[in-house]
Design a protein around this ligand. Sequence first.
Ligand SMILES: *Cc1c(COP(=O)(O)O)cnc(C)c1O
Length: 367
Amino acid sequence: MDLELKDLINSGIKGLTPYEPGKPIEDLEREYGIKKAIKLASNESPLGPSPKVLEALKEVISGINRYPDGNGSRLKEALSSRHSLSADTLTLGNGSNDIIEFVARCFLTPNDNAVYSKHAFAVYPLVTQSLGAQGVEVEARDWGHDLQAMLDAVNNKTKVVFIANPNNPTGTFLEKNEIIRFLEKIPNEVIVLLDQAYFDYSNYETEDVPFSLVNNFPNLIISRTFSKAYGLAGLRVGFSVTSSSLADYLNRVRQPFNVNSLALAAAEVALNDTEHLEQCLKLNKQEKERFYKFFKSHQYHFIKSFANFISFDCKGNSNKVFNSLLLKGVITRSMEVYKMPDHLRVTIGLPEENSAFMESLTSLKEI
Ligand SMILES: *Cc1c(COP(=O)(O)O)cnc(C)c1O
């Protein structure tokens, strides 16, 4: 008899649709014969990594025959001193995506549910489903998290609530006080993952929740990443801050060497190159204003963003616009999986990349 894998596979995995990343530049260039394609699809930093990181990597690379420091002690030290934290509150991840997995694996079973907002990060439903737990999707308000509705959705099966702030793909932002009020109301037994992947961008304009909040809320996990504003997406490194007892559990499910030696060294250097970070934030802010102006003058509705991307409304034409932009060598992101079929998301790139996007979009409208 033929092996029926579908009868063996964990039920959560059976119906899983893998995360679909933004189209890589190489794929577009190969498939369409396009040269110099522009990728504005994955919220990467257009400036690239800090030159100091590149310098440091040259030294580390000759040592890659050795395993990395499994505890990531030096990076933890750098993070602790930067943020005045005790090192045992830190958990390092292979990207902050790893942290999301740890949280799910530590707390979710097929008897539990996890609550998240309708247009929030696509990985939350994925990890929930992969563990056979039930996902509870809460209707959004003005495209962002409706914290009251999320509170109302919490029941005695809820183990985890996922909140992205700023949110991807909408760029919406919850004020510090709203989050604190939410934490005060939610039962202690419910773990709250506050995903601050775009913290650096939001902090530029307004104030987000500080790490010290984990002292007041033992059920709170705050995660951040080096993938976005620090420009290290390809190396995969992120971290979380929690109470030390929660960190102890998260670290139990971590692979022994989950963060590689290049990533550890790069993150440490990137953390200290505040000048490069500032440059990235400044560019983002400046170019975001240009995007806003452009969208307004071309009558595209867009969602005000506290991050490094903007979702805009293509009024029922998003597929056509997406494909036409592709043919012009500009990669944006379809919002189909985010249940925003009319929108596309564009990452704020370098001035010339953004200009290319704007020119391409303008020329489509004129046809
Ligand atoms: C990009 C992103 C992440 C994860 O990125 P990593 O590269 O795994 O650190 C997490 N959450 C949100 C909301 C994101 O957009």
